[in-house]
Design a protein around this ligand. Structure first.
Ligand code: FMN
Length: 278
């Protein structure tokens, strides 16, 4: 359910400058006596009046490293050093805005549900090639497969299927097949092959590729990194994974918690790849 938490302020412009310049909020609505700020799914309203500082604004960040980064950028506003909290399995610190409102900045360590907006999901997903030495919880993996079921397929044939690879020796073998290109598989706790069965659909290639990208996005919702590893549709891989020779392997992706999230590589501006037919 969308909504807005409102506070009162006697210096709306100073509050605006803090949230926009220091915390990356966007102005969603603004007039003389009212300001609504947006960051991801969070909307905060500021209305003209006697400043109040009740309540705690909680900002949810995608990974503990982001909490550390914000802590260092906003040192003069911070209340305490980031720390792990066992109560809810979070990593968090507190800061105060210029009118003394308390802001908790936190990251859940094992997210059981998502808090990324659709926009953030598409903008922040990156190919991850280095992983933490941490298992992927089974219940999260199954939630990801539940989301993956909603990938579109030709005539709703659902010709795709997933093979989960956990055995270290198989991961090491797959990692070695294509040198640097396939090496990320050897650094993750598990890998998943996304395949399809040509007897189920004429469009089995598209079905598997779309299901693979659905899976990749679903992983990111839960803070799990992946990387599309190409050219795995090979007989030796099929033999290793017990996949029939005539089936198709769209990709085998490593899956795990990212060691770090790389900066986004450059993308072309939209006017270079959108052609409007006149
Ligand atoms: C069809 C396809 C094949 C790819 N093959 C590989 C691969 O074999 N190894 C690898 O490390 N990354 C591979 N990638 C990941 C790309 O390098 C990556 O998507 C691209 O550099 C953009 O980075 P981003 O995903 O972080 O936005 C592949 C991606 C696609 C879509």
């Amino acid at each position: 359910m969308p909504g807005i938490i409102f506070f009162r302020s006697d210096n709306i412009r100073e509050v605006e400058s803090f949230y926009v310049n220091k915390l990356g909020f966007k102005v969603w609505f603004k007039n003389r006596d009212c300001l609504i700020l947006k960051n991801g799914n969070l909307l905060i309203g500021i209305q003209k009046g006697n400043s109040d500082d009740k309540g705690i604004i909680t900002l949810l960040l995608n990974e503990p490293r982001a909490v550390d980064n914000l802590f260092h950028e906003l040192k003069e506003f911070t209340v305490n050093e980031p720390r792990f909290s066992e109560d809810c399995n979070t990593y968090e610190c507190y800061i105060r805005d210029p009118e003394n409102r308390l802001i908790r900045v936190m990251s859940f360590l094992n997210k059981s549900s998502s808090y990324l907006t659709g926009e953030e999901l598409l903008l922040t997903r990156r190919s991850i090639r280095e992983f933490e030495d941490r298992d992927v919880p089974e219940e999260i993996l199954w939630k990801i497969f539940e989301l993956s079921r909603w990938a579109p397929t030709s005539k709703n044939s659902q010709s795709y299927y997933f093979v989960v690879i956990k055995r270290k020796e198989i991961l090491a073998k797959l990692a070695s097949l294509r040198g640097r290109s396939s090496s990320p598989i050897g650094k993750a706790p598990i890998a998943v092959a996304i395949c399809s069965d040509p007897s189920k659909s004429k469009r089995y290639v598209q079905d598997a590729c779309i299901a693979a990208y659905h899976f990749i996005l679903a992983c990111w919702i839960y803070g799990l990194g992946t990387c599309w590893i190409a050219a795995m549709d090979r007989d030796d891989v099929k033999e290793l994974l017990n996949i029939p020779k005539n089936h198709y392997i769209a990709t085998i992706t490593p899956v795990g918690y990212p060691k770090y999230v790389p900066n986004p590589p450059l993308r072309k501006p939209v006017n270079e790849f959108v052609k409007i037919l006149v």
